[in-house]
Design a protein. Structure first.
Length: 273
C-alpha cells in the first residue's frame, strides 16, 4: 500500500507514448477535485513533490513529459493539443472527470491549453510564473542564456554559480531544488522547446471559463511580471497575486504563502469569491 506521503508511480501508455505518472492520495476519500499539475520545462516529477506533499487534503496527479524524468524519449515531436489529449485520457483512465489544473512556467502554457481544449473537465485554473506564449514579454538576456545552457541540469556547480542570475529573487531552498532535478535527455528537452513554437493563447483567453488565479514573482528574471498582468487582463474575472521579492521559483522560496493562496483559491466558492 502506498503511503499518503509518497506518490504511486506508474508508467502509462497513452496515444502510443509511455509516460511516467505520479498520483498522491488518489484512493483516499476527499471533498475536493484532484489537482492536475503541469511542470516547467525539463522538470521531473520530483521537483514538484514538495507542493504535492503540502496539500494533504486533496489528490494530486502529474506526469513527466516525453524524454523528461522517467518518461522514455519521444519518437516524434508533439504539441499542446496532443499532450492535452494524453492528459485527458489519463484522467479518464483514473476516474477523474473533473479536476483543478495548475501549471508553472512552460507548464502554465500547457495548463491554459488544457483548460481551453477540455473546458468541461476543469473547475479552477492556477497559473504560476507563466505567459500567454510567443507574444510574451521576454526576460533578462542573462537569464535566458543560462536557461538555454544544458549544464544547468547536469552540473550542480554551474547551477549554484548562476542560480540568482537564472531565476531572480530570493534563493532560499536552492540546494533542495537542485538535488531534486534529473537531467532531461537532449531530445526530450528539444522536443519540449519545439512543442510551444508558434503557440499563443492570446486570441482565446477571453473565452476561458474556469476561475483563474495567476501568481507571479516581481523579480522573475525569466518571466517578467508584465506577462502576468497580460494574462490577468485577458482572462475574465481572473485574480493576480504577486510576490514582491519572488523570482521564477517563488513557489520554492515563498512556499508558505504559495500554499496558503492555493488553499484559499481552490476551496472558496464562486459566490464567496
Amino acid at each position: 500500500m502506498v503511503s499518503a506521503k509518497h506518490p504511486e508511480f506508474t508508467v502509462e501508455t497513452v496515444g502510443g507514448r509511455e509516460l511516467r505518472v505520479a498520483r498522491w492520495r488518489w484512493d483516499q476519500p476527499g471533498d475536493h477535485p484532484p489537482l492536475l499539475f503541469f511542470n516547467g520545462i525539463g522538470a521531473n516529477i520530483e521537483a514538484v513533490a514538495p507542493l504535492a506533499d503540502a496539500l494533504p487534503d486533496r489528490a494530486f496527479i502529474t506526469f513527466d513529459m516525453p524524454g523528461v524524468g522517467g518518461s522514455p524519449d519521444p519518437v516524434v515531436p508533439y504539441n499542446p493539443f496532443l499532450m492535452s489529449w494524453h492528459a485527458s485520457d489519463l484522467l479518464e483512465r483514473f476516474g477523474a472527470p473533473l479536476v483543478d489544473v495548475m501549471g508553472v512556467s512552460w507548464g502554465g502554457a500547457m495548463a491554459q491549453h488544457f483548460a481551453l481544449q477540455h473546458a468541461g473537465q476543469v473547475r479552477k485554473l492556477v497559473l504560476a510564473a507563466t505567459t500567454a506564449g510567443m507574444l510574451m514579454v521576454p526576460g533578462k538576456l542573462g537569464a535566458l542564456s543560462k536557461m538555454a545552457d544544458p549544464r544547468r541540469y547536469v552540473d550542480p556547480a554551474f547551477m549554484e554559480q548562476h542560480f540568482r542570475t537564472l531565476y531572480g529573487g530570493l534563493t532560499g531552498g536552492k540546494d533542495e531544488h537542485i538535488a531534486r532535478l534529473k537531467p532531461p535527455s537532449p531530445r526530450g528537452y528539444l522536443y519540449q522547446l519545439l512543442c510551444m513554437i508558434g503557440w499563443t493563447s492570446v486570441p482565446v483567453l477571453p473565452f476561458l471559463k474556469a476561475e483563474t488565479l495567476i501568481m507571479m514573482g516581481e523579480e522573475d528574471a525569466i518571466v517578467p511580471l508584465i506577462n502576468g498582468k497580460i494574462l490577468n487582463t485577458l482572462i475574465p474575472g481572473s485574480r493576480l497575486e504577486t510576490f514582491p521579492d519572488g523570482g521564477h521559483l517563488f513557489m520554492l522560496t515563498h512556499k508558505d504563502r504559495t500554499v496558503s493562496l492555493l488553499r484559499e483559491f481552490l476551496t472558496e466558492t464562486r459566490a464567496a469569491a
